[in-house]
Structures are given as structure tokens and as C-alpha cells.
Design a protein around this ligand. Structure first.
Ligand code: XBP
Ligand code: MG
Length: 252
């Protein structure tokens, strides 16, 4: 029997719908602030999400839409500066309360804390973005709820590489059999699976059509007693809202 010891959460798209109304808006604000006429529409951003990591995403956008920019001297510094500005804009949006948690997140986090299940985060975004989101939604001390926050450039290869999950498990001192990941995208699922971790998916508007083969369950969200979730695939029976008990049963 495998026993559940830790839940490892992705952030963007999983804890909150940060991409469309947060990161995308912040990228556009950073471009506009230096007079660039680049604009990432909701549809274009969906394509750019093929690449994880904000700096990597800007580079990918240039490759496909303005390749001549990549020839310029100092382009790497430009990308870094744009990304820093984007991060500042993103954090202002989050602080303003523009981005709520998805259904069931707060409830499941609380249930895990009550039952002494370890909580951790494995994300592609920066530690500081995670801190802003947690503080704005769950309060000033919520960072302390998480035993490990694996974020951003702490590993060189971002999802779908498994590196961030390996890092988190190493810090936790746990093997994959005792962990369960919660993700929203195919890249996230690939990363967790490549690290040997069973994964539950809560998809969103951008990831609905992704391939989620092998996921424990594929749900529209974690659900609440008064807001039932819908399960589209997976053999783990989650009912109308995901409880720790259901997750424990899925792993055993
Ligand atoms: C989501 C991402 C991130 C964000 C932007 O990662 O791919 O790149 O879109 O964040 P995850 P940064 O779902 O793993 O959290 O600009 O800070 O990279
Ligand atoms: Mg995600």
C-alpha cells in the first residue's frame, strides 16, 4: 500500500486562473511601457502557452513573430528587463485582488493541514509571484503552510522536464510513491509523470483540449459541496468534490 504523505501543487492555472487575466495582461503592460506594439491577445496567448516560463515565452514569441529581433545585440538583456517589468505588473494585479483561487483549493489545502499531510509547490513561475498570490488569497502567513516552494529558475529545465518535481521531492525527503501532484496542463502532467508522481488534473479554458493520458482523474475543478465538479476521465473516483480521503484511496 502506498500512503499519501504530500500534495504537490502547480500554481498557474491550478491554484488560480492566473494566465489569461494575470500573466498575459502583465506581459502586455510591460511591452506597452517601453513603447513596443506587441500585443498578446487571449488566442495568441493560448498558443504561446506551449512554452513554459515567461522569459522562454517571450523568446518563443520573437522566434515566430519578430525573428529579426533575435539578431539584435543585447536581446537577452532586453528579454530579462521586459520580464522583470512584467513580474512587477503581475504582482500589482495580484495584490489588487484581481485573481481569486479556483474552487476547492482553499478547502483542500485546509483539509490537508488538518490531517498533517505535507503541502508543497512545484511551479515554473518565480517564488516572488507565488508569494504574492498566496498572500493575496490565503493571508500573510500562508507561505508557511508549504514545506517546500520549488519555483522558477531554481532548476535549469522547466516543465515538461521533471526537474522541479525532483527538486521538491529531494527537499521533502520523500519518494514519488508518497506524493500526489495537482496540475492543469499537459506540460505539468508530463513533468510530474516523468518524476514518477501520480497526478490529478483540473483543466481550465486554455488546457481543456490538452492530452491527459494516465492522469488519476481529469476534472474541471476540485469542486465544493455547493459547486460540483465534473470528471471527464481517469479511474480515480472523486465524487462531486475532491476530498483528501478520495485522494488517499486513489493512491493506495
Ligand atoms: C506556468 C508558466 C509560467 C507563467 C509565467 O507555470 O508557464 O511561465 O505563465 O510565469 P506553472 P513567469 O503552471 O508551472 O506554474 O513569467 O514568472 O515565468
Ligand atoms: Mg500550470
Amino acid at each position: 500500500m502506498m500512503s499519501l504523505k504530500a500534495l504537490i501543487f502547480d500554481v498557474d492555472g491550478t491554484l488560480a486562473d492566473t494566465e489569461r487575466d494575470g500573466h498575459r495582461v502583465a506581459f502586455n503592460a510591460a511591452f506597452a511601457a517601453v513603447g513596443l506594439d506587441w500585443h498578446w491577445s487571449e488566442d495568441l496567448y493560448g498558443e504561446l502557452l506551449a512554452v513554459t516560463g515567461g522569459k522562454e515565452r517571450i523568446r518563443y514569441y520573437l522566434q515566430h513573430h519578430h525573428p529579426q529581433w533575435l539578431e539584435q545585440q543585447g536581446i537577452e538583456q532586453t528579454i530579462i528587463a521586459l520580464h522583470e517589468s512584467k513580474t512587477a505588473h503581475y504582482q500589482m494585479l495580484v495584490k489588487d485582488g484581481a485573481i481569486p483561487l479556483r474552487p476547492g483549493i482553499q478547502r483542500l489545502l485546509q483539509e490537508a493541514r488538518d490531517r498533517a499531510i505535507t503541502l508543497a509547490i512545484a511551479t515554473t513561475t518565480t517564488h516572488s509571484n507565488v508569494a504574492h498570490l498566496l498572500q493575496a488569497t490565503l493571508g500573510a502567513h500562508s507561505l508557511e503552510w508549504f514545506a517546500v516552494i520549488g519555483a522558477g529558475d531554481v532548476v535549469p529545465a522547466k516543465k515538461p522536464a521533471p526537474d522541479i518535481y525532483h527538486y521538491v521531492m529531494q527537499q521533502l525527503g520523500l519518494s514519488p510513491q508518497h506524493c500526489l501532484a495537482i496540475e492543469d496542463s499537459a506540460q505539468g502532467l508530463q513533468a510530474a509523470h516523468a518524476a514518477g508522481i501520480a497526478t490529478l488534473i483540473t483543466f481550465n479554458g486554455y488546457t481543456r483540449e490538452d492530452t491527459f493520458d494516465g492522469a488519476l482523474a481529469v476534472l474541471d475543478h476540485l469542486g465544493e459541496p455547493d459547486q460540483p465538479c465534473q470528471q471527464l476521465a481517469g479511474s480515480c473516483r472523486c465524487g462531486t468534490y475532491v476530498t483528501l480521503e478520495a485522494l488517499r484511496n486513489c493512491l493506495s
